[in-house]
Design a protein around this ligand. Structure first.
Ligand SMILES: N[C@@H](CCC(=O)N[C@@H](CS)C(=O)NCC(=O)O)C(=O)O
Length: 225
Protein backbone atom coordinates (compact mmCIF):
# COMPACT_ATOMS: atom_id res chain seq x y z
CA UNK A 1 0.00 0.00 0.00
CA UNK A 2 1.17 3.52 -0.83
CA UNK A 3 2.43 5.44 2.21
CA UNK A 4 2.07 9.17 1.86
CA UNK A 5 2.23 11.89 4.44
CA UNK A 6 -1.44 12.76 4.67
CA UNK A 7 -1.32 15.67 7.10
CA UNK A 8 -2.90 18.07 4.60
CA UNK A 9 -5.72 15.67 3.74
CA UNK A 10 -6.62 15.32 7.41
CA UNK A 11 -6.39 19.02 8.25
CA UNK A 12 -8.59 20.03 5.29
CA UNK A 13 -11.91 21.31 6.63
CA UNK A 14 -14.69 18.73 6.59
CA UNK A 15 -17.01 19.43 3.66
CA UNK A 16 -19.84 20.52 5.94
CA UNK A 17 -20.79 23.88 4.43
CA UNK A 18 -24.33 23.51 3.13
CA UNK A 19 -24.38 22.14 -0.40
CA UNK A 20 -20.92 20.63 -0.13
CA UNK A 21 -21.93 17.86 2.29
CA UNK A 22 -20.42 14.67 0.95
CA UNK A 23 -21.48 11.20 1.92
CA UNK A 24 -18.13 9.73 0.85
CA UNK A 25 -16.59 8.00 3.84
CA UNK A 26 -13.03 8.83 4.83
CA UNK A 27 -11.18 6.63 7.30
CA UNK A 28 -7.99 7.87 8.97
CA UNK A 29 -5.58 5.63 10.88
CA UNK A 30 -1.94 4.82 11.44
CA UNK A 31 -0.55 2.22 9.05
CA UNK A 32 -1.78 -0.49 11.42
CA UNK A 33 -4.77 -2.86 11.52
CA UNK A 34 -5.35 -2.36 15.26
CA UNK A 35 -8.71 -0.66 15.81
CA UNK A 36 -9.49 0.23 12.20
CA UNK A 37 -9.31 -3.08 10.39
CA UNK A 38 -12.74 -4.35 11.36
CA UNK A 39 -14.32 -1.19 9.89
CA UNK A 40 -12.32 -1.72 6.68
CA UNK A 41 -13.39 -5.37 6.49
CA UNK A 42 -17.03 -4.34 6.97
CA UNK A 43 -16.69 -1.87 4.09
CA UNK A 44 -15.02 -4.59 2.02
CA UNK A 45 -17.81 -7.10 2.73
CA UNK A 46 -20.36 -4.43 1.77
CA UNK A 47 -18.41 -3.41 -1.37
CA UNK A 48 -18.37 0.24 -0.32
CA UNK A 49 -15.83 2.67 -1.77
CA UNK A 50 -14.13 4.94 0.74
CA UNK A 51 -10.94 6.91 1.14
CA UNK A 52 -8.23 5.61 3.50
CA UNK A 53 -5.95 8.31 4.90
CA UNK A 54 -2.80 6.83 6.43
CA UNK A 55 -0.90 8.62 9.20
CA UNK A 56 2.80 8.21 9.96
CA UNK A 57 3.71 8.09 13.67
CA UNK A 58 6.09 11.02 13.02
CA UNK A 59 3.10 13.24 12.04
CA UNK A 60 0.95 12.30 15.02
CA UNK A 61 1.87 15.11 17.44
CA UNK A 62 0.89 17.67 14.79
CA UNK A 63 -2.39 15.93 14.03
CA UNK A 64 -3.61 14.81 17.43
CA UNK A 65 -5.21 18.17 18.39
CA UNK A 66 -7.39 17.96 15.27
CA UNK A 67 -8.72 14.49 16.00
CA UNK A 68 -11.99 14.89 17.94
CA UNK A 69 -11.46 11.98 20.36
CA UNK A 70 -7.66 12.39 20.49
CA UNK A 71 -7.02 8.90 19.10
CA UNK A 72 -7.29 6.94 15.85
CA UNK A 73 -9.17 5.58 14.00
CA UNK A 74 -11.27 8.51 12.87
CA UNK A 75 -14.10 8.43 10.34
CA UNK A 76 -15.51 11.34 8.39
CA UNK A 77 -19.04 10.90 7.17
CA UNK A 78 -21.75 13.43 6.27
CA UNK A 79 -19.28 16.24 6.92
CA UNK A 80 -18.62 15.19 10.53
CA UNK A 81 -15.64 13.51 12.18
CA UNK A 82 -16.01 10.62 14.62
CA UNK A 83 -13.60 8.54 16.72
CA UNK A 84 -13.69 5.21 18.61
CA UNK A 85 -13.12 2.08 16.55
CA UNK A 86 -16.03 0.08 17.95
CA UNK A 87 -18.51 2.93 17.37
CA UNK A 88 -17.24 3.31 13.80
CA UNK A 89 -17.37 -0.40 12.93
CA UNK A 90 -20.85 -0.73 14.47
CA UNK A 91 -22.18 2.32 12.59
CA UNK A 92 -20.85 0.93 9.32
CA UNK A 93 -22.20 -2.56 10.00
CA UNK A 94 -25.64 -1.14 10.80
CA UNK A 95 -25.58 1.13 7.74
CA UNK A 96 -24.66 -1.72 5.39
CA UNK A 97 -26.88 -4.48 6.83
CA UNK A 98 -24.27 -6.40 8.84
CA UNK A 99 -25.54 -5.65 12.36
CA UNK A 100 -28.30 -8.26 12.62
CA UNK A 101 -31.95 -7.37 13.08
CA UNK A 102 -32.96 -7.60 16.73
CA UNK A 103 -31.76 -6.23 20.08
CA UNK A 104 -30.56 -9.79 20.85
CA UNK A 105 -28.49 -9.79 17.63
CA UNK A 106 -27.00 -6.44 18.64
CA UNK A 107 -26.19 -7.74 22.13
CA UNK A 108 -24.53 -10.84 20.65
CA UNK A 109 -22.42 -8.73 18.29
CA UNK A 110 -21.50 -6.07 20.85
CA UNK A 111 -20.41 -8.72 23.35
CA UNK A 112 -18.02 -10.15 20.76
CA UNK A 113 -16.74 -6.67 19.75
CA UNK A 114 -15.95 -5.82 23.37
CA UNK A 115 -14.27 -9.18 24.09
CA UNK A 116 -12.07 -8.49 21.07
CA UNK A 117 -11.14 -5.09 22.49
CA UNK A 118 -10.13 -6.80 25.78
CA UNK A 119 -8.05 -9.24 23.75
CA UNK A 120 -6.39 -6.45 21.75
CA UNK A 121 -5.23 -4.24 24.64
CA UNK A 122 -2.30 -6.48 25.80
CA UNK A 123 -1.37 -7.19 22.16
CA UNK A 124 -1.09 -3.44 21.55
CA UNK A 125 0.98 -2.90 24.72
CA UNK A 126 3.33 -5.68 23.63
CA UNK A 127 3.61 -4.24 20.11
CA UNK A 128 4.44 -0.75 21.39
CA UNK A 129 6.79 -1.80 24.23
CA UNK A 130 10.33 -0.50 23.68
CA UNK A 131 12.03 -2.31 26.58
CA UNK A 132 13.40 -5.66 25.46
CA UNK A 133 13.07 -7.45 28.81
CA UNK A 134 9.58 -6.15 29.46
CA UNK A 135 8.58 -7.13 25.93
CA UNK A 136 9.85 -10.69 26.48
CA UNK A 137 7.83 -10.97 29.70
CA UNK A 138 4.73 -9.62 27.93
CA UNK A 139 5.16 -12.16 25.14
CA UNK A 140 5.40 -14.96 27.70
CA UNK A 141 2.13 -13.84 29.27
CA UNK A 142 0.47 -13.46 25.87
CA UNK A 143 1.44 -16.99 24.88
CA UNK A 144 0.95 -18.73 28.23
CA UNK A 145 -2.20 -17.03 29.55
CA UNK A 146 -3.76 -14.46 27.29
CA UNK A 147 -4.10 -16.37 24.01
CA UNK A 148 -5.28 -19.63 25.63
CA UNK A 149 -7.96 -17.64 27.52
CA UNK A 150 -9.27 -15.85 24.41
CA UNK A 151 -8.97 -18.89 22.14
CA UNK A 152 -11.19 -20.81 24.58
CA UNK A 153 -13.68 -17.94 24.83
CA UNK A 154 -13.98 -17.38 21.07
CA UNK A 155 -14.16 -21.12 20.42
CA UNK A 156 -17.17 -21.15 22.76
CA UNK A 157 -18.78 -18.31 20.75
CA UNK A 158 -18.15 -20.29 17.56
CA UNK A 159 -19.61 -23.48 19.09
CA UNK A 160 -22.74 -21.59 20.15
CA UNK A 161 -23.35 -19.98 16.72
CA UNK A 162 -26.86 -20.07 15.28
CA UNK A 163 -25.89 -21.35 11.81
CA UNK A 164 -22.93 -21.21 9.48
CA UNK A 165 -22.16 -17.84 11.03
CA UNK A 166 -22.68 -16.43 14.52
CA UNK A 167 -26.19 -15.06 13.91
CA UNK A 168 -27.31 -17.73 11.43
CA UNK A 169 -26.89 -18.26 7.69
CA UNK A 170 -25.46 -14.83 6.82
CA UNK A 171 -22.25 -13.06 7.67
CA UNK A 172 -22.43 -10.18 10.19
CA UNK A 173 -20.11 -7.90 12.10
CA UNK A 174 -19.70 -10.65 14.74
CA UNK A 175 -17.97 -12.94 12.25
CA UNK A 176 -15.75 -10.17 10.92
CA UNK A 177 -14.69 -9.29 14.48
CA UNK A 178 -13.72 -12.92 15.16
CA UNK A 179 -11.78 -13.05 11.89
CA UNK A 180 -9.75 -9.95 12.73
CA UNK A 181 -9.33 -10.80 16.44
CA UNK A 182 -7.04 -13.69 15.48
CA UNK A 183 -5.05 -12.15 12.64
CA UNK A 184 -2.18 -11.03 14.90
CA UNK A 185 -1.95 -14.45 16.55
CA UNK A 186 -2.14 -16.13 13.12
CA UNK A 187 0.79 -13.97 11.90
CA UNK A 188 2.99 -14.04 15.00
CA UNK A 189 2.16 -17.31 16.80
CA UNK A 190 1.13 -19.89 14.18
CA UNK A 191 1.97 -22.73 16.61
CA UNK A 192 -0.73 -21.56 19.05
CA UNK A 193 -3.15 -20.80 16.21
CA UNK A 194 -2.88 -24.41 14.98
CA UNK A 195 -4.00 -25.71 18.37
CA UNK A 196 -7.45 -24.13 17.87
CA UNK A 197 -8.67 -25.56 14.56
CA UNK A 198 -12.27 -24.35 15.02
CA UNK A 199 -11.01 -20.76 14.97
CA UNK A 200 -8.95 -21.43 11.84
CA UNK A 201 -11.88 -23.11 10.04
CA UNK A 202 -14.23 -20.26 11.01
CA UNK A 203 -11.77 -17.62 9.78
CA UNK A 204 -11.45 -19.44 6.47
CA UNK A 205 -15.23 -19.31 6.04
CA UNK A 206 -15.28 -15.56 6.71
CA UNK A 207 -12.37 -15.03 4.29
CA UNK A 208 -14.49 -16.58 1.50
CA UNK A 209 -16.93 -13.67 1.55
CA UNK A 210 -16.38 -12.17 -1.94
CA UNK A 211 -15.74 -8.58 -0.78
CA UNK A 212 -13.42 -9.70 2.02
CA UNK A 213 -11.58 -12.12 -0.29
CA UNK A 214 -10.93 -9.31 -2.77
CA UNK A 215 -9.73 -6.97 0.00
CA UNK A 216 -7.39 -9.58 1.52
CA UNK A 217 -5.91 -10.34 -1.88
CA UNK A 218 -5.24 -6.63 -2.45
CA UNK A 219 -3.68 -6.17 1.03
CA UNK A 220 -1.22 -9.04 0.53
CA UNK A 221 0.93 -8.16 3.54
CA UNK A 222 -1.22 -7.34 6.55
CA UNK A 223 0.20 -4.80 9.00
CA UNK A 224 1.72 -6.60 12.03
CA UNK A 225 -0.95 -5.25 14.42
N1 LIG B 1 -10.79 3.53 22.58
C1 LIG B 1 -10.21 4.08 21.38
C2 LIG B 1 -8.71 4.02 21.53
C3 LIG B 1 -8.04 4.85 20.46
C4 LIG B 1 -6.55 4.73 20.55
O1 LIG B 1 -5.96 4.70 21.66
N2 LIG B 1 -5.91 4.64 19.39
C5 LIG B 1 -4.48 4.56 19.33
C6 LIG B 1 -4.07 3.80 18.09
S1 LIG B 1 -4.69 2.14 18.10
C7 LIG B 1 -3.94 5.97 19.28
O2 LIG B 1 -4.49 6.84 18.63
N3 LIG B 1 -2.81 6.20 19.96
C8 LIG B 1 -2.13 7.49 19.95
C9 LIG B 1 -2.52 8.37 21.11
O3 LIG B 1 -3.43 8.00 21.90
O4 LIG B 1 -1.93 9.44 21.25
C10 LIG B 1 -10.68 3.28 20.16
O5 LIG B 1 -11.03 2.10 20.33
O6 LIG B 1 -10.72 3.81 19.04
Amino acid sequence: MERLSNVRAILAPAPCAGKQISSKIKITNFYLRARVEIARLVLAAANVNYEFIGVEFSDWDKLKPFIPTGGLPMMEVGGKKFGQGIAIQTYLAETYGLYGRSPMDHLTIDQISLCREDMLIPETKHFLCGDENEKKQMEKTLRGEHYPKYCALFTKFIDQRAGDFILGPSISLADIVIFEAFTTMFLNHPDIYKKYPKIGAFREKVAKNPGIKKYLEAEKTPYPL
